[in-house]
Design a protein around this ligand. Sequence first.
Ligand SMILES: NC(=O)C1=CN([C@@H]2O[C@H](COP(=O)(O)OP(=O)(O)OC[C@H]3O[C@@H](n4cnc5c(N)ncnc54)[C@H](O)[C@@H]3O)[C@@H](O)[C@H]2O)C=CC1
Ligand SMILES: CC(=O)C(=O)O
Ligand SMILES: [Mg+2]
Length: 371
Amino acid sequence: MRIGTPKEIKVHEYRVGLTPAGVRELVAHGHEVLIETGAGLGIGLTDAEYAAAGARIVPDAEEVFATADMIVKVKEPQPVECRMLREDQVLFTYLHLAPDPEQARGLMDAGCIAIAYETVTDGRGGLPLLAPMSEVAGRMSIQAGAHAMEKAAGGNGVLLGGVPGVPAAEVVIIGGGVVGYNAARIAIGMGARVTILDRSLPRLNWLDSVFENRATTLYSTRDAVESAVMKADLIIGAVLVPGAAAPKLVTREMLKSIRNGVVMVDVAIDQGGCFETSRPTTHQDPTYVVEGVVHYCVANMPGGVARTSTFALTNATLPHVIALADKGWRQALIDDPHLRDGLNVHRGRITHRAVAEALGQPYTPALEALT
Ligand SMILES: NC(=O)C1=CN([C@@H]2O[C@H](COP(=O)(O)OP(=O)(O)OC[C@H]3O[C@@H](n4cnc5c(N)ncnc54)[C@H](O)[C@@H]3O)[C@@H](O)[C@H]2O)C=CC1
Ligand SMILES: CC(=O)C(=O)O
Ligand SMILES: [Mg+2]
């Protein structure tokens, strides 16, 4: 198969879909790999390293999209990329379609086979291609939040860990999955007082046993969210209903009871955000203020630590890239129900139930589309 990786074009996005080590594996399996010139340069991966691994370096994204059978990238295709996708071309990347009808329309019109990293599953109920970036974003959410809490950044001037004689900050984490757990680890490590809300009792059980008395766990109800956010200095939004648009758990009305300068980091922004007042921001201009509350809503947080993130992401994606290339996309998707959960769009039809529901589009089961 001919596999192509373009340079990412989202603002301050330096991750890359394949590393030289990944290229070498694919070439050893008999595949051809095209890499757009400079694709990895932002994180120190040079064209020479890709070429030494067996890739053909091509001058622009147009050539990658025009010649590859499968595009492997990181972020959802931007409109200019959607227009370059072709019928039956495989697109393997993050898509986050639920809050993005325009992109969904672009993928449907292209007739491509779009497989979303974020809805690929594993046998233990996890999301193995989302998890590495959730680990990164969870950990980053506390450092981003701590920075935004500084006065010069618009925050309330509270130090996360406090000092002797002055209490530490209150960090409230809504959603105790991969992002939430990693956020809690870092917040606890920095000396903050941490509360985690989730609506999964088994998950609360697990968090309680891991953190013992270093974090408070709360069952997530409207009441619990409302009273927790009122006493917070830093609020992390980390909920997910796979494939679906995020539920709005902190309402505009609640902001009136949140103190000025409190920081809300909405990690779930890529699924539309779990705060009513969230809208996507970029690394270039990450925060804005509503009702005195600082919002940080960067939709590609791991792009900020692109070198760590690229290796973490490609460790997880490479086996699937190899399976899709070795078996051909159709057979790979038929053989592996967990990879098949990643199929969001197939030749103009939406093949993931939650995505179809969120977009108000008809749903075609993936296996029906494939057979
Ligand atoms: N902004 C960014 O750059 C990034 C965003 N993300 C996003 O972060 C979000 C969380 O991802 P993960 O932690 O990997 O998901 P996860 O599936 O591991 O955890 C989500 C948790 O939310 C809980 N939950 C669902 N509804 C809830 C409710 N009403 N109240 C409280 N908890 C609720 C679930 O029980 C689950 O434990 C996703 O939207 C993901 O796409 C992930 C990485 C980077
Ligand atoms: C998960 C995601 O959206 C990201 O890593 O940018
Ligand atoms: Mg994102």
